[in-house]
Design a protein around this ligand. Structure first.
Ligand code: FA5
Length: 337
């Protein structure tokens, strides 16, 4: 049997035939296994002799199976290598790669600048409670200033946030009265505005909040000036104009010199030489106390900038809608910007 098996193994033409032979000889109902089973009928002297013999045969066959298997596998590999030729001299096929969206580029750059100024980055929900979006910002129900931000309501108490300012209250509550608070929060916001060249119903803001002992308006101005100069160039000037937000007092709107005309006046800046990029102010004492801070002991400033507005200026784009229509010809320009 051993001789017959060895011959058949050596002649097995492929891996399947070899497997069939393995079952035939070494399988549960294989010939060798049958021999072992039959040992019960042997005498006590014969048993160890036959047992040893069977084991030797098994080892020989197993080794022969392993050798033949290796040889057959090698043959399969050789055949593959012979039939599939790779021409390494052919020119490579370029893989089209995406590019970072200009808005994300601006957000990343702004994050880097503010991290350099010692800020942490916070993130908050886009589906927000009316409580955080308005009430905790000194905008009780029926307050007329709510009309400044026409909102998408989901239920009476839940809406799509109209600005990133709810993160002021959320951050202060999380800090439980501890100072300093120094965060920025980039994210999407939603308003029922009609879309045009400078307005979108969904846009992006970066909120900033600093709360500590002795924070003043000059800290706000210094921080914004440093940001604007790193973002737009060392010669940039900023201009603070009095404004109104219920959650800051005093409130300002901040303009930068028009990047198109350098301040001499053009269509982009409506001949004024200045362009508004954000709203800001000193955190209102009521906002501080509602969020667990004593306005007698600490003060703070906050700002909220429109990321699209900054990207429009930085890259000289004339229509905000380019950011959302995903025309690859537009997006491709920012590959190395
Ligand atoms: C606010 O949203 C305030 N939360 C900003 C703020 C934060 C003030 C902290 C004080 C303290 P405002 O509605 O002005 O303010 O929006 C801020 C900026 O978002 C604007 O300067 C503008 O750049 C941008 N923005 C506003 N509406 C739109 C819109 N529909 N599309 C694109 N950008 C917009």
């Amino acid at each position: 049997m051993k001789q017959a098996a060895l011959e058949q193994i050596a002649q097995a033409a492929d891996l399947q035939q070899l497997q069939d032979l393995r079952v035939k000889y070494l399988g549960k109902k294989g010939e060798l296994t049958e021999l072992l089973r039959g040992m019960g009928s042997l005498s006590a002297e014969e048993r160890p002799v036959v047992g040893q013999l069977v084991n030797e045969v098994r080892q020989t066959l197993e080794a022969a199976f392993a050798d033949r298997q290796a040889a057959l596998e090698q043959a399969v590999l050789n055949a593959k290598l012979a039939s599939q030729k790779i021409d390494v001299t052919l020119p490579g096929r370029p893989m089209p790669t995406g590019s970072m969206h200009p808005l994300n580029r601006v957000i990343e750059q702004a994050e880097d600048i503010f991290i350099g100024l010692g800020f942490d980055i916070a993130e908050g929900p886009e589906v927000e409670l009316d409580y955080f979006n308005f009430e905790m910002l000194n905008l009780p129900k029926d307050h007329p200033a709510r009309d400044m931000q026409d909102s998408f309501y989901i239920t009476e108490e839940i809406l799509l946030r109209t600005h990133t300012s709810p993160m002021q209250a959320r951050t202060m509550l999380k800090k439980e009265g501890k100072t300093p608070v120094k965060i920025i929060c980039p994210g999407k916001v939603y308003r029922r505005d009609d879309d045009d060249a400078t307005h979108s119903h969904q846009f992006t803001q970066i909120e900033g909040l600093v709360v500590d002992k002795g924070i003043s308006m000059s800290d706000l101005k210094g921080t914004l000036l440093s940001f604007v100069r790193q973002m737009f160039g060392e010669n940039q000037q900023i201009r603070l104009r009095p404004s109104f937000f219920p959650f800051t007092e005093p409130s300002v709107e901040v303009d930068i010199q028009c990047v198109m005309c350098g301040g001499s006046g053009c269509r982009m800046c409506k001949e004024t030489g200045w362009i508004e990029i954000l709203g800001a102010g000193m955190v209102h004492p009521r906002v501080l106390s509602m969020a667990g801070y004593n306005p007698e002991e600490v003060s703070g400033f906050a700002f909220g900038m429109g990321v699209e507005r900054i990207a429009l200026l930085k890259y000289g784009i004339e229509d905000i809608r380019h950011f959302y229509t995903n025309d690859v010809r537009f997006l491709r320009q920012f590959n190395r910007a």
